[in-house]
Structures are given as structure tokens and as C-alpha cells.
Ligand binder design. Structure first.
Ligand SMILES: *[C@@H]1O[C@H](CO)[C@@H](O)[C@H](O)[C@H]1NC(C)=O
Ligand SMILES: *[C@@H]1O[C@H](CO)[C@@H](O)[C@H](O)[C@H]1NC(C)=O
Ligand SMILES: *[C@@H]1O[C@H](CO)[C@@H](O)[C@H](O)[C@H]1NC(C)=O
Ligand SMILES: *[C@@H]1O[C@H](CO)[C@@H](O)[C@H](O)[C@H]1NC(C)=O
Ligand SMILES: *[C@@H]1O[C@H](CO)[C@@H](O)[C@H](O)[C@H]1NC(C)=O
Ligand SMILES: *[C@@H]1O[C@H](CO)[C@@H](O)[C@H](O)[C@H]1NC(C)=O
Length: 577
């Protein structure tokens, strides 16, 4: 049981044949004005010639050497004993992993991912380059991410005859975060044509919140798996750990479940559709990057598309004639619950994990439901709604071998604003309210757990105005900028913080499709990620420079990130205040 498996992976025998053109530095770097020097913790651009004056730095090197806190999100504890750095060749990295078999397999894969971050071809010139030893020591063999899984790690970078990196972790997910932090201590210097590493660093790090999510609505507009993988890339860079797909809504049902294929006729077209294999693939991709996938089929409202293709029944959904954008399951037709239970069963199988489940539950139109026979049997609509929610929970339990998932998320709504409603809800221990709008006071007072997605701060879709002619304003205008996402701390009191599992930024997709998905998410979700990971004190001037540095790092990995300011501010750090 305790037998550690030790393997050495020799780094790739990747041989670089550069046209070793000029040690005469190509491009911009021979231009006198593109050099920097570090003064007062800021990189100052100065005139000078690098070939004459070796104290001048490239911007890349200055960014890491000069800026406090080179890692985003900020680690809980980071000691940089010296701002020394050394150059190394990327094909001279040695890896040594100590881990139990399941974790070992994942770590081998995540080291491949880590290696691919270093895309530049380094020099072929002879020189004094150090060897880099990376050692990972991991304890447990936990291969599924659950709410509260230990994601801590320690990272040590020490210089001797070699540069020794040690990452110590309890689980794969911690070790992986350690590699992410390490990757931010490494950069490419275009003067030297080599990778550099900052050393004499000690980090001890754990997330402040267990649930650090991004929600993408794949119903209003569809996003192909390949693009969702890019979102995961950005999340893995910023240590976000939950990708929540708001998979279906009234307007489209882009999911083809083998048991319920007829529902997928509700997709916009045959391409705008996920298969079970697509989802498996995305789960595998995400797990290696420390991200858990959550699939939400919204109910009992926000349903319509797909449900009318049932082979025999035509009254599974009601009220979508009057408002196509918000149909409801028909409580008078029990078959709608049987089908939903079947969907739940399929999703649970697909996710291989019943730790967290999202049942939707938002924006129930009571005027629609009060016309049903079932509702008329209740004294008031809130009691009916609470009962309906309890019934969904029973169905979820049946779908999961008679065991309710430990964490069942539901959106905040008038139900969670109501004393009677909250009193009537069963399974309080399992419920987590995803708070987007309304009043959080009551359910918090009653000790329900919470995930914050407050519309005024953490909704990424706002600010683009109306999208149909009858609207005067966008539903949640104005735009919430990254500063706003960063500064929001809804857990002023210890009491609220103790009930807070985390937060999630939400991207509803009425006004976003493939071409702008990434820039709508980044850099705002990265700002949010630091709030979630280390909950640092308020924003300061350095935060701007650090976020801009992160943006460069994300861009170098092929992630599209909106600009935070004119480029002038990036090349004159400290000058835009
Ligand atoms: C090199 O650059 C530094 C930093 O600006 C400056 O203080 C120093 O005088 C320069 N040395 C030479 C020889 O130009
Ligand atoms: C690195 O070198 C390889 C092989 O010569 C070449 O194909 C590739 O384009 C180079 N990559 C970069 C980023 O220059
Ligand atoms: C670095 O690692 C090597 C090989 O494990 C070891 O021999 C050496 O003592 C280490 N150096 C430092 C400074 O920790
Ligand atoms: C309403 O309640 C009555 C009495 O409990 C019951 O017989 C009937 O089936 C209920 N109707 C619906 C639609 O639930
Ligand atoms: C919902 O209400 C009905 C009618 O009062 C009742 O029979 C049923 O047990 C309730 N369901 C749950 C899960 O509480
Ligand atoms: C940023 O720096 C400027 C100039 O030093 C100062 O006036 C301002 O208060 C600082 N802003 C923040 C958020 O720290």
C-alpha cells in the first residue's frame, strides 16, 4: 500500500536546430530604447545598449525580477529570499516523481502539459547553463476532485550545483497547482535566447475557498468542446477548479444522451451538440488540469427545446407558447419527472462522480404553474414550489442509487428568500444556494451554505445592452470590469465566510458566441480567481502590473485575453497610475 513508485522521465531528446543566425540580436532588441532597469520595484524603460551594458534587462526578465509577487493568483505564503535567476536549457530538465499509481499516471500527463508551456526554442550556443531537477513528492492517491479535496502544495526552488525544485503535496490536485506556480517562476529571455528561473523561493499555498467556478451557458449559444478546453486552459493557469456548464435551457438542448436521443432534436443543428464521448473527453482533459466539470440541466423552469420531440407525449412542457424563453415542466404529467430522473441518471454516470450536482431551479414563473392541478392542491405557491423542489431531490436520489449527492446546488430565487419556503425544504444539509440575485440574508441566517455569483459583480455577460427590440436596457447592464470582480468580498462577517463554499463567475450566452468567448471571460475570471484563491486585501497599483503580466503569460499559452490598458502601460510599468 505504501510502496511508492518512483520513475524518472528523461526530458525529451528534442534537438533544436535554430538558424543560429545572429548573436546579433534580431528584431526589436537591438533597438536602443527597448531596455529596462529595475528601480523602486518598477521596471523603468531606459535608453541604452544591452550589448554594451549588461545591467540592462529585457522586459520579460524585468517583469519577473522587479515586480513583487510574480505569481497569480497570489500564494498564501511566498518567500523570495533573493531575486536571483539562472538560465537553463529546457531539454535538460530532469523529473522525479514519487507517487502512488493513480496519481503517478496523472502526474506524468500533467508534466507533459507543463513541458508544453515552454514553446520557444532555446539557444544552441555553448554556455554555462544549469541543470534543473524537478522533484514531486505526493502522498495520497486521490484521482477525483471533490468539494474540499486537499489542493495545497509546497514549492521550493533552491540553487546548488543544479537548480532543485521540490513540490510537496497531499494530492495530485495540489501537485498540479505547484507546477502552475513553478511555471510562473520561469520565463523566456529573448536576449539570451534561454529560459530563466527565479530561485531561492519558498511557497506554502492552499486555496481560501473550495469552489472556484466558471459557468458557461451552452444553450443560448453553443460552444464547441475545443473552445471549452481553452477555457479550461485558462482556468488551470489561474487555479480555478469548477467548470459549470449551464447545458440546456428553453431555446436549445445541445446534449445527446444515448438513452434519450429524442431530446437532442432540440439542438440548434447537428453540429451544435455534445455527445457522451465529447463530455468524457472534456472531463479527462479537465481533470488533468485540476478542473471538475459540472453539468446542469435547468429545471423545472427554463425548459422547452427538445421536450416536444417525445415520441408520444405532447404535454411534458407548459407555458412556452406565451414565453418561448421560459417554459416549465408540467407538474401534472408525472412522465416529465420520470424523464428528468432518467436524465439525472445519465449525467451522474457520465460525470463518474456524485459529489456535486446542480439542479437549476431559477426563475420559476409561479403565474404559469398556479394554473396546474397539482399546484391547486397547495395552500400557497411557495409551499408548492418548495414541494416541487423536494420532489426533484427525491428524483435525484433515486437516479443516484438511492443516495443524495453530498452537495446539491440550486440557484437563489424567491423560494430561497422566503421563510416558509426555506422551512419546507428537505435536505438542508445537502443544499448549496448559488446566490445571484435576491436576498441572501434569510437563507444564510438559516445556515444554508452558499456559492456567490452576485449579478452586480460576477456576471460576465452584462453591459452589452438590449438584444431584442422590446428591451430598453440590457438585463444586467452595466459591464462589470475586472476591478469590480476583484474587489467584491461578500463574506464581511466570519459567520458568512464559514458558510461560503466559494464563488462562480457566470457567462450567460445571449450575446456571446464562439468568436468572443475567451475575451469575455478573461481577464475578469482571472481577477476573480485571485479573490477566490487567496482573498488578498484590496486592489493596489501593483495588482494592475501583476495582472498585465499574467495576461502575457496566458497569451503565450494561446489563450485570448482582453487588454487591460494601452500597451504603453505594459512597456512602461509603473507609469500608468
Ligand atoms: C548601465 O545601465 C545602468 C542602469 O541604467 C546605469 O546606471 C549605468 O550607468 C550603465 N552603465 C554604462 C557603462 O552605461
Ligand atoms: C522551433 O524549432 C523547430 C524545429 O526547427 C521549428 O519547427 C519551430 O517552428 C521552432 N519554433 C519556434 C517557436 O520558433
Ligand atoms: C539538488 O539535488 C541533487 C540531486 O538530488 C542533490 O545532490 C543536491 O544536494 C541538491 N542541492 C541542493 C542545494 O539542494
Ligand atoms: C390533490 O389532492 C388530493 C387529496 O389529497 C388527491 O387525491 C389528488 O390526487 C391531488 N391532485 C393532484 C393533481 O396532485
Ligand atoms: C409533495 O406534496 C405531496 C402532496 O402534498 C406529498 O404527497 C409529497 O409527499 C410531497 N413530496 C415531498 C418530496 O415532500
Ligand atoms: C496608485 O499610485 C498613485 C500614485 O502613487 C496613488 O495616488 C494611488 O492612490 C495608488 N492607487 C492605489 C489603488 O493604490
Amino acid at each position: 500500500m505504501n510502496k511508492f513508485v518512483i520513475i524518472w522521465i528523461l526530458s525529451c531528446g528534442f534537438c533544436v536546430i535554430c538558424k543560429t543566425s545572429s548573436p546579433e540580436f534580431k528584431s526589436d532588441y537591438s533597438r536602443n530604447h527597448l531596455h529596462w532597469t529595475c528601480s523602486n520595484n518598477a521596471c523603468e524603460r531606459i535608453a541604452g545598449n544591452y550589448r554594451v551594458n549588461k545591467t540592462l534587462l529585457t522586459l520579460e526578465t524585468c517583469r519577473k525580477m522587479c515586480v513583487d509577487d510574480p505569481i497569480w493568483p497570489l500564494p498564501k505564503s511566498m518567500k523570495i529570499f533573493n531575486k536571483w535567476h539562472s538560465q537553463f536549457l529546457k531539454n535538460k530538465i530532469m523529473y522525479n516523481i514519487e507517487a502512488l499509481p493513480g496519481t503517478l499516471k496523472l502526474l506524468e500527463e500533467s508534466i507533459k502539459i507543463f513541458r508544453a508551456y515552454f514553446k520557444k526554442n532555446d539557444t544552441t550556443r555553448e554556455g554555462n547553463y544549469l541543470k534543473l531537477n524537478i522533484r514531486v513528492k505526493n502522498k495520497d492517491d486521490i484521482v477525483k476532485l471533490e468539494l474540499g479535496t486537499n489542493e495545497c502544495y509546497q514549492l521550493f526552488v533552491k540553487l546548488g550545483k543544479t537548480v532543485n525544485v521540490t513540490i510537496v503535496s497531499q494530492t495530485f490536485f495540489g501537485a498540479r497547482h505547484g507546477l502552475e506556480s513553478l511555471s510562473q517562476l520561469i520565463w523566456f529571455d529573448p536576449h539570451e535566447n534561454t529560459y530563466q528561473i527565479l530561485h531561492d523561493v519558498e511557497i506554502e499555498d492552499c486555496p481560501e475557498f473550495a469552489y472556484r467556478g466558471v459557468m458557461v451557458d451552452t444553450s443560448r449559444n453553443f460552444f464547441p468542446i475545443i473552445l471549452l478546453k481553452k477555457v479550461v486552459d485558462g482556468m488551470s493557469h489561474t487555479k480555478l477548479n469548477i467548470l459549470h456548464l449551464h447545458l440546456t435551457d428553453s431555446v436549445s438542448f445541445p446534449m445527446k444522451l444515448k438513452d434519450l436521443e429524442w431530446l437532442s432534436n432540440g439542438a440548434y443543428d447537428d453540429e451544435s451538440l455534445y455527445t457522451e464521448e465529447d463530455i468524457e473527453d472534456l472531463i479527462q482533459y479537465s481533470t488533468l488540469r485540476g478542473v471538475k466539470l459540472i453539468l446542469e440541466i435547468d429545471a423545472p423552469s427554463h425548459v422547452s427545446a427538445g421536450w416536444h420531440f417525445h415520441p408520444t407525449l405532447s404535454d411534458l412542457v407548459i407555458c412556452d407558447e406565451e414565453d418561448i424563453l421560459n417554459g416549465h415542466l408540467n407538474p401534472d404529467n408525472e412522465e416529465s419527472l420520470n424523464i428528468l430522473q432518467n436524465i439525472y441518471r445519465n449525467l451522474l454516470n457520465l460525470m463518474h462522480n456524485d459529489d456535486i450536482f446542480h439542479i437549476g431551479g431559477d426563475e420559476v414563473n409561479l403565474r404559469c404553474l398556479e394554473t396546474t392541478k397539482t399546484a391547486r392542491n397547495f395552500s400557497d405557491m411557495i409551499t408548492f414550489w418548495a414541494n416541487y423542489t423536494n420532489v426533484l431531490f427525491e428524483r435525484l436520489k433515486l437516479a443516484n442509487n438511492n443516495k443524495l449527492p453530498k452537495n446539491v446546488i440550486m440557484w437563489s430565487s424567491p423560494l430561497t428568500d422566503s421563510y416558509d419556503g426555506l422551512n419546507y425544504l428537505n435536505h438542508k444539509e445537502n443544499i448549496i444556494v448559488q446566490f445571484w440575485f435576491g436576498n441572501s440574508y434569510l437563507f444564510l441566517a438559516k445556515q444554508f451554505r452558499v456559492i456567490f455569483s452576485t449579478v452586480g459583480y460576477w456576471y460576465l455577460d452584462c453591459g452589452f445592452g438590449p438584444w431584442k427590440p422590446s428591451q430598453v436596457h440590457g438585463v444586467c447592464d452595466p459591464f462589470k470590469n475586472w476591478q469590480k470582480a476583484y474587489e467584491y468580498r461578500p463574506w464581511e462577517s466570519k459567520y458568512i465566510k464559514s458558510l461560503t463554499e466559494g464563488g462562480e463567475v457566470c457567462l450567460w450566452s445571449e450575446q456571446v458566441a464562439e468568436e468572443s468567448l475567451e475575451t469575455r471571460i478573461w481577464p475578469r475570471a482571472a481577477a476573480f480567481a485571485e479573490r477566490m484563491w487567496s482573498d488578498p486585501p484590496e486592489l493596489n497599483n501593483n495588482t494592475y502590473v501583476r495582472l498585465d503580466n499574467l495576461r502575457e503569460s496566458m497569451r503565450s499559452r494561446g489563450i485570448k485575453v482582453s487588454a487591460i490598458w494601452p500597451r504603453w502601460c505594459s512597456i512602461n510599468p509603473g507609469s500608468c497610475q
